[in-house]
Design a protein around this ligand. Structure first.
Ligand code: HPA
Length: 265
């Protein structure tokens, strides 16, 4: 039995496949996390809505540590996260899915580690490759069986938000090698790594980024584009959960904190 978590971003609130899941509030040292628990295709599945009930929590206020801690305490081993993004790359168009392989962190005000107390001590986790190679390969394999337009690699730039970017910022991110811009993949991905869980992201392009888009950006544009991609994402999530075939790639996520005695709840 795989132990899977889905973190649904903007527009991915509760895939139909997870109907009948039990809602449970998981209490953590960082606060509560609302989880939906169930079994699908023989696997334990937990679903978390990143932005809370009714999309009420902005990206810089998401309780990333509570969410990741809750998933760890439920025994989660694999996290599949979705993110809505703007695109800096003209090849990556609205409706395209991107299985990111790199990230650049431009967040400013978020607690980005579990290792910030004397009790836990100091730890420096390896983050050379921010997304799990094993899960990325699985997601790519699932996408290859669909008609969804997608890209196997991409560099995610995470901004602080909640405002959208300036045209100059987007120009700079493109010069740095960014392909996509969003507000939520950091510190979520690094906390999952510290907690020794496999984590992969699948981004959905909702708009061209500021200064590339011919029109001003709006949240409703993002929500509308996500609604159009919702069916595709539901299909991918279900395929990911159903794919219990042998992995084609390996990873070290479950042991990445060995140098520091392993992650402890
Ligand atoms: N910028 C930041 N976050 C986003 C965007 C964007 O253009 N689109 C969707 N999420």
């Amino acid at each position: 039995m795989r132990k899977i978590a889905i973190i649904g971003g903007t527009g991915v609130y509760s895939p139909e496949a997870l109907a009948g899941f039990e809602e449970k509030v998981i209490t953590t040292p960082y606060g509560d996390a609302l989880c939906k628990l169930g079994t699908l295709h023989g696997n334990q599945v937990v679903f978390i809505t990143r932005h809370g009930v009714g999309h009420s929590v902005p990206p810089h206020k998401v309780n990333y540590r509570a969410n990741i801690w809750a998933l760890k305490s439920l025994g989660t081993e694999e996290i599949f996260a979705t993110t809505a993004v703007g695109s800096l790359n003209r090849e990556m168009k609205a409706g395209h899915f991107v299985v990111c392989d790199q990230a650049i962190d431009f967040t400013k005000s978020r607690v980005n580690t579990f290792y910030d107390t004397p009790e836990r001590g100091v730890a420096h986790v390896d983050f050379t490759n921010p997304y799990c190679s094993r899960l990325r390969a699985k997601v790519i394999k699932c996408l290859e069986k669909t008609a969804i337009p997608f890209h196997k690699t991409g560099c995610y730039v995470c901004t602080e938000g909640p405002r959208f970017e300036t045209a100059a910022e987007i120009k700079m991110f493109a010069m740095l090698g960014g392909d996509l811009v969003g507000m939520t993949n950091l510190p979520e991905s690094v906390l999952a790594r510290e907690a020794e869980m496999c984590y992969t992201n699948c981004s959905i392009v909702t708009n061209m980024a500021a200064g590339i888009s011919p029109t001003p950006l709006s949240h409703s544009e993002v929500v509308e584009a996500m609604a159009q991609s919702g069916k595709n994402m539901a299909q991918l999530i279900e395929a990911f959960i159903a794919d219990n075939s042998e992995d084609t790639e390996t990873c070290n996520c479950a042991h990445c904190m060995a140098e520091f005695g392993g992650f402890k709840l």
